[in-house]
Ligand binder design. Sequence first.
Ligand code: 0GY
Length: 307
Amino acid sequence: MSFTKTPGWLDWYDSPTKPRFKLPSGSVDAHCHVFGPADEFPYAPQRKYTPCDASKDQLFALRDHLGFDRNVIVQATCHGSDNSALIEACRSAGKRARGVATVHADITDDELHTLHIAGVRGVRFNFVKRLVDITPKDELLTIAARIAPLGWHVVIYFEAPDLPELWDFFGAIPTPLVIDHMGRPDVTKPIDGPEFELFLRFMHEHDTVWSKVSCPERLSHTGPPALHGEQAAYWDVVPFARKVVESFPNRVLWGTDWPHPNLKKHMPDDGLLVDFIPHIAVNAELQQRLLVDNPMRLYWPEERIPI
Ligand code: 0GY
């Protein structure tokens, strides 16, 4: 099947630099996606964007180039609830990938079992209106109740202004929660302003809530070095991510977000994204937790990394 990319679509950057920061042994890229390839895994009819292909083999080549050991692959909205590309990627990575799927409430026990065997350990609930038609909350609670006995968790993607309305609903989900990209703060607002304070309070009050401190390229207004001279890439995001890492060192994850869907201005060099890590996790202890111990505890608990 042939698909035409969304007008203005930016393709992922195919010659990333080698990072200067040396990742700790066993590091996990805990937020990335596969797209298609569309002739094998067609994009969903209800998708809100049509991307370029980004195959599992291309993802695994990036993993090796950057120095990661494992991936957590998150179902992208362009594939709807057809998790075939994700399953195929997890299966072919063996124990080196886990998955986060999108499912409906009427999924059968056999289908859930198949996902579990393939390596899926969570489902994603998306509240970003430009990406999905929002699923009713009672259906999401039904899904959460179905996956809880499997020991899975729920990954939630929302934007900062929506947290007050979602607060009680998130509190009613009976599994651990993993928040994508720090709940998408507006980094032009003060770090001690009410919006980011609310996010931090949500994490303080719920000790089974985790956050990905990912996507500086999505949150930044200062941009990469080409846009901002000698400053560190995406420096306006640093205080926000560093605050989360230092407040919740055992409940943070990091991911590249490759192949970076829906970026409008620039496509990041994934090597530079890795070089962002030591600005937000400023010593070896924090880096080890962020990149190895935390994702291992959540996605590979059978390997029992002590904290
Ligand atoms: C991300 C962010 C985005 C897209 C998706 O599944 C997706 O389509 O997650 C976005 O456009 O903000 O985390 O990859």
